[in-house]
Write a protein that binds this ligand. Structure first.
Ligand code: SF4
Length: 510
């Protein structure tokens, strides 16, 4: 580590890919880290944030060569973790004195093993601000960081690594993150902007690492701070796509209703919003307050089978959900509502998934299907053996088989999702396909798929299987693909997804 006055740090965020029409925003996590560290260590550190999209190894290595940092930080997610790992190995070989610090959900879940695989020097487990600042402070003072503040080091014991938890700060301590320096880019019109109004989650889903710290993790930004963020976005990025990354913005009913007129004003000025929610706090008043074509709501339904809901710790009544989403159609007809269904899940048989897909397509909302992933650091990961789940050991960690579904059955579910999502939404096919399903299969899309699959020539089956292989290879590929066709194919016409959609459309049998 150099003895120059300021510790020089590069925070490098690698996003998944660059869309053809817009770039995928910036890392809010890195912006929060920089703004908090600048506030706490004012003048003692110089932190540069950069966002990269897609293949960027050479650009990153060139930047390191020109900037000569003391420390490099990488936020790690399933979409960039393999690239981060290769970069760490190259950096440590080329610049052995440069320290590397890892954070983010993948680092938090994989802990000591990941630190060793990457040859990195430090790994922060959980929310990073407090541990990051304490680590930098220790490096500035040329001493070893404390052991019990959420930082894992190569010589940490397995027990220390398992126990490491960063401190979760009260949100009023975190400075405003939307500055050009903190974001690492200038805002521009129609940009995707990550926006948080709270942190933590009161729910307990077994497949999600957010549930690990329980209800005490839930903290809210003040109303003034949320409105300050919103006003900044409205002034600096016209018609932006605001992605509300809260676990559930609507979890506190009165608070959500308080913000409704402010969000509506932004919607009327041309901004769009995406929210995740689980409908618990939704009633007619909330629906009317958030009725606007600029809003998209992603509703996590997960699996419909009771055994799956139990395995996920997400019990709900399907009648209750059906009633609420029916009222949503009535009260907020212009809003986009997406029902998010997981498949290849523990406790779910092939017949259960067929019921789920038929239920989802029978609702008057869009349906998105997610192949279940087993993320490190979740209860599902810890219990995978007991639940007889076999899954990929590499991102995106898709489930191969469960006690209730063989590998072949799960492959059939993938094929069903791909074929039905394409045929049901492709403008050139959907009219006749939906009519055929209604008239010849009593409205059952799963029944239609199996019948068509059995009658399909082997050449068409090979096309569908090849598309499936391609989609399952990339992290999130299937998800983006389904979103793509749900938004009226072709929307992202320079991605593999649209090529896949064309291939699947070409084998439609009628
Ligand atoms: S999946 Fe959503 S609701 Fe469930 S624990 Fe995670 S953030 Fe909370």
């Amino acid at each position: 580590m150099s003895r120059r006055e300021n510790l020089k740090i590069l925070l490098l965020s690698v996003c998944l890919f660059k869309h053809n029409t817009y770039s995928a925003g910036f890392s809010l996590a890195a912006a929060c880290l920089k703004s908090y560290a600048d506030k706490m260590l004012c003048g003692k550190v110089s932190i540069v944030n950069r966002n990269y999209f897609g293949e960027c190894g050479k650009e990153i290595l060139d930047l390191i060569s020109s900037e000569k940092p003391d420390l490099i930080g990488f936020p790690c997610y399933i979409w960039n973790v393999e690239m981060v790992k290769s970069l760490c190995l190259i950096i440590k070989r080329t610049y052995p004195d440069v320290k590397i610090i890892l954070g983010g959900p993948e680092a938090t879940g994989r802990r000591l093993a990941f630190l060793k695989e990457t040859n990195a020097d430090f790994l922060i487990s959980g929310e990073g601000e407090d541990s990051f600042v304490r680590l930098l402070q220790a490096l500035i003072e040329h001493r070893n960081p404390e052991r019990n503040i959420g930082i894992i080091m190569p010589d940490s014991s397995d027990e220390e690594s398992e126990k490491a938890r960063s401190k979760m700060l009260p949100l009023e301590l975190l400075p405003f993150p939307y500055t050009v320096e903190a974001m690492g880019m200038k805002p521009y019109p129609e940009m995707i902007i990550p926006f948080e109004t709270m942190r933590g989650c009161p729910n307990n889903c077994a497949y999600c690492s957010w549930s690990e710290r329980g209800p005490e993790s839930v903290r809210y930004y003040s109303n003034e701070r949320v409105l300050q963020n919103l006003n900044w976005i409205m002034e600096n990025s016209p018609r932006s796509r605001i992605f509300v990354c809260d676990s559930d913005f609507f979890a506190k009913r009165e608070r959500a209703l308080f913000f409704a007129p402010y969000f509506r004003k932004a919607a009327e000025a041309g901004h769009t919003f995406t929210f995740q929610t689980n409908l618990r706090c939704w009633d007619d008043e909330m629906m009317k307050a958030f009725s606007h074509s600029a809003y998209e709501f992603d509703i996590g339904i997960n699996g419909l089978a009771l055994r799956t809901q139990k395995a996920f710790s997400r019990e709900f009544s399907i009648e209750g959900i059906t009633k609420k989403i029916t009222s949503m159609k009535k009260n907020m007809p212009e809003a986009s509502v997406y029902l998010e269904i997981m498949y290849a899940s523990p406790g779910e048989k092939l017949s259960d998934f067929c019921k789920a897909i038929d239920w989802a397509f029978a609702q008057s909302h869009n349906a998105l299907f997610f192949h279940t992933q087993i993320f490190h650091g979740t209860r599902l990961h810890k219990n995978a053996g007991q639940l007889k789940i076999k899954c990929s050991q590499k991102p995106p960690y898709y489930v191969f088989s469960t006690a209730d579904c063989s590998e072949e059955m799960i492959r059939l579910e993938d094929l069903m999702v791909i074929a039905l999502s394409t045929w049901k939404e492709n403008p050139g096919i959907k009219g006749k396909f939906n009519k055929t399903v209604a008239e010849a299969y009593g409205g059952s899309y799963s029944h239609a798929f199996f019948d068509m699959w059995h009658k399909m020539p082997n050449s068409s089956k090979s096309v569908l299987n090849a598309v499936c292989e391609r989609l399952l290879k990339g992290p999130f590929c299937l998800i983006h693909y389904v979103i793509d066709v749900s938004h009226e194919y072709p929307m992202l016409n320079d991605t593999v997804c649209s090529q896949c959609a064309e291939a699947v459309s070409s084998i439609y049998p009628f």
